[in-house]
Design a protein around this ligand. Sequence first.
Ligand code: SF4
Ligand code: SF4
Length: 68
Amino acid sequence: MSEAAVKKLPRIVINEKFCKGCSICIDFCPTDVLELKGNCVAVKNLEACTRCQLCDLRCPDFAIQVFD
Ligand code: SF4
Ligand code: SF4
């Protein structure tokens, strides 16, 4: 596969100091990208992320950001 054909993945940045593990972002994610690990959200399937930003917009604590 040529380099140009490789799908560019989004970057999801989680601030573990801000995240309280409320699961709101997990519930809003339409493609089941996120999961809870202990008291903090984690990425389980980055490939499925559509960059819709719902997690970013719905987090009350500004703990998750999605970059294209
Ligand atoms: S909505 Fe925010 S605080 Fe809640 S689990 Fe997701 S990243 Fe953490
Ligand atoms: S940007 Fe959308 S698809 Fe990606 S993790 Fe957030 S809610 Fe899920």
